[in-house]
Design a protein around this ligand. Sequence first.
Ligand code: ASP
Length: 338
Amino acid sequence: MKYLSALLCICLLSISCNSNNVNSENQRSVTETEKPDYAIAIHGGAGTILKANMSDEKEQEYRLALNQALDIGESILKEGGSSLDAIEKTIHFMENSPLFNAGKGAVFTNAGKNELDASIMFGKDQNAGAVGGVTNVKNPISAARAVMEKSSHVLLTGIGAEQFAKEQNLEIVDPSYFYTQRRFESMEKAKARDVMTADEKHGTVGCVALDKNGNIAAGTSTGGMTNKKYNRIGDSPIIGAGTYADNATCAVSATGHGEYFIRYAVAHDIAARMAYGGKSLDEAAREVVMDKLVEKGGTGGVIAMDANGNISMPFNTEGMYRGFAKPGERAIAIYGLD
Ligand code: ASP
């Protein structure tokens, strides 16, 4: 039943995301004239997000935040800004909100710390940057972008990444900045049980965008999993797992049980199915999230966009905070059927 409703929702959202096209068949042969000037999609994590467990007030808070995030990215793209700028600034906003498991709202590790991961990738040249396990960088997505643009590396971790962020004059905060009562209590509960509920496994924010120059990009930022141990790093800063972008295929940002997304190279698998299998964006994304991951037991979802501005947002959980905007179009959704 849960998969049926998720599937139905994907159909609904996929139809709305491609409303420029007459039907889903046309999605596979989108013409230049149908291509929007720009497009942006975001997620704020997937998981056991049920209307029954959400107050109207909380739901409005999430919807407002998702709309505000889209406003930021859309205004940059509308003005002709790059997909990378739109993604960085949109994710900043989500990182600064306590609502999402990234930046300010990051979950706690078993040792009572916040260790943040982020990555960004540009579809034009497939340049990429990422940071893992940083504890004092206010906006890890900017550190990831700095790694991409100002270093000869792709992934920096721990104190080295923090040192690099400082040298790049990024905002450094005391680790206590990331303290929120809600996330601290979740960690304490998870510790007491020593097992995580499905909800505690999920979080993360992400953004994919197409700019007026025709370049797509993807970015992802997360606090990872509640109660994580041993400096665990998830899929979010792993290029090809939690984030991927190539103008020739698609831009992807994932959210879900990171270990599965790493093992099945989820973001790259979607691009590979398009490149080698001739699949459309939506076919490729759904095959990976709704078939392969479900079969393997990996819960979560992705937001994916191709260079024609098509968007696909499949998820195999009850809900995923998500939204998209194109000229004259916008949608926000949380649950399986809205
Ligand atoms: N994928 C993230 C991780 O495993 C968590 C999430 O998206 O919920 O670190």
